[in-house]
Design a protein around this ligand. Structure first.
Ligand code: BGC
Length: 465
């Protein structure tokens, strides 16, 4: 049909998806390589998370979560006996749009103030709790508490932060409040938090994936393959930053004119190309652009573009989920967008939404297949059984996204048996988990050092760092 002509460029065959997966496989290697990683589009960032939880972690923690739908402050308790991570309290602080595009100092002052208010209202000010900072942007991590922002993504673009140590900026802002102290800090990408929060329950959870405002995944890699850090035994969690896949042009052949347009009008043109085909920040806008074109060509809405449909950002990604959930929702949304629709219009809109969200699910599947196949090859296994911790509004809220993704991964990685675990508040609880594991490892190595020297001081209280 005529409609098909518009949608066909979004339809990726299984062979194309396999090709996408193969390209990503090469890019993972480039990102890991000693000399190639500087220029690699898929950054493969070491996270300094060397172990998943072993179930002995415990204690109280603070967590900050920046980079998803909301900025949040949390108080989290990890209970050893119950093997549970409890969210004690949490609070959402809005970050106004202007602040997302303002100065870094303003942003961090705001964060420090929100944290202070939270401590005050929950009577935690007198304690010095360790803090897990889920900061969901690509960072070059030098230590668990030293993390340089490579670039902002999603809606953020604050000045004076790229190239700086985010932990330092946070600490300085807290000092400026002059009001409270925090303990040791652990920096966490949301993918890592997601993996770690599932890992407390299921110790075979070795991948974390986010399909929300942005998209990304992390996984446990053999340290000997991470050529840019000193070769050692064991594994380290690598934050792939797969959103940057395609930034060197490697996906140009599958981009549509609409993807090109979305990229051009974004606040970070030319980068995070893969993310812009997949994540919640962009899907609604892709659909809008397709609908606008079809309307201009008189295929929809009697050729009339309403003001809302003509305005970028007005077709929200959550509309896609709602529309695909039922024709009645579609009608309601089209009316709200001021469109003069008929039944055919409504069903074409459903089809457009389905096409764009399916492509997103299939591209994620291709990327995830690359990761599980890599883990399987690393371990020289014929068959791998593993668990993926997942989070993100697109994955959670869309009616068919997760089942499409799962089905496609099974096709693309037939030798892998994958369990998907939706993480309950990974970026909050996971940040606490990472902090807890870091403390456990630090404690263990201190005990080792001490037993090398004098006798052990029994049960020294953990002080962080
Ligand atoms: C960021 C990642 C993050 C992902 C999901 C991307 O834009 O670069 O660090 O994990 O969004 O939030």
């Amino acid at each position: 049909s005529v409609v098909e002509k518009y949608l066909q460029p979004f339809q990726l065959s299984p062979e194309t998806l396999q090709e996408v997966s193969a390209r990503l496989r090469k890019d993972l290697l480039r990102g890991l390589g000693k000399h190639s990683h500087h220029k690699a589009p898929v950054k493969m960032l070491p996270t300094f998370v060397r172990a998943t939880p072993d179930g002995t972690e415990k204690g109280d923690f603070l967590a900050l979560d920046l980079g998803g739908t909301n900025f949040r402050v949390l108080h989290v308790r990890v209970e050893e006996e119950a093997q549970k991570v409890l969210k004690m309290d949490s609070q959402i602080c809005a970050i106004p749009q202007e602040m997302m595009l303002g100065t870094g100092e303003q942003l961090f002052d705001h964060i420090a103030t929100c944290l202070g208010d939270f401590l005050e209202s929950h009577n935690l000010k007198c304690q010095t709790l360790p803090l897990g900072f889920t900061f969901s942007f690509p960072c070059e991590q030098l230590e668990i508490d030293k993390s340089i922002l490579i670039r902002w993504t999603k809606g953020f673009n604050c000045s004076g932060v790229e190239g700086k140590d985010v932990v330092q900026l946070l600490k300085e802002a807290i000092q400026r409040t002059g009001d409270y102290h925090i303990g040791s800090v652990a920096m966490v990408n949301d993918t890592v938090g997601t993996m770690m929060s599932c890992g407390y329950k299921d110790q075979s959870c070795e991948i974390g994936m986010i399909i929300g405002t942005g998209t990304n995944a992390c996984y446990m890699e053999e340290i000997k393959n991470v050529k840019r850090i000193e070769g050692e035994d064991g594994r380290m969690c690598i934050n792939t930053e797969w959103g940057g896949f395609g930034d060197d042009g490697s996906l140009d052949d599958i981009l549509t004119e609409f993807d090109v347009e979305v990229d051009k009008t974004s606040i970070n043109p030319g980068v995070h190309i893969f993310e812009k085909m997949i994540s919640g920040m962009y899907l609604g806008e892709i659909v809008r652009l397709v609908l606008v074109k079809m309307t201009k060509d008189k295929l929809l809405f009697k050729g009339q573009i309403s003001e809302a449909l003509g305005t970028s950002g007005r077709f929200e990604t959550k509309f896609i989920s709602e529309i695909e959930d039922g024709l009645e929702n579609a009608k309601k949304i089209l009316t709200e967008l001021g469109l003069d629709w008929g039944l055919v219009d409504a069903s074409v809109v459903c089809l457009v939404c389905d096409t764009i969200s399916s492509r997103s699910a299939y591209l994620c599947a291709a990327a995830l297949a690359t990761l599980v196949n890599r883990i399987r090859n690393n371990r020289k296994l014929d068959h791998l059984k593993t668990t993926v911790g997942v989070d993100g509004t697109v994955y959670r809220k869309h009616p068919t996204f997760s089942s499409k993704l799962q089905k496609a991964v099974r096709l693309l990685a037939p030798q892998c048996d994958i369990t998907f675990l939706v993480s309950e508040d990974g970026s909050g609880k996971g940040a606490a988990m990472v902090t807890a594991v870091a403390q456990r490892l630090a404690h263990q190595s201190r005990l080792l050092e001490e037993s090398d020297g004098e006798d052990d001081d029994d049960e020294e209280e953990e002080e962080g760092q």
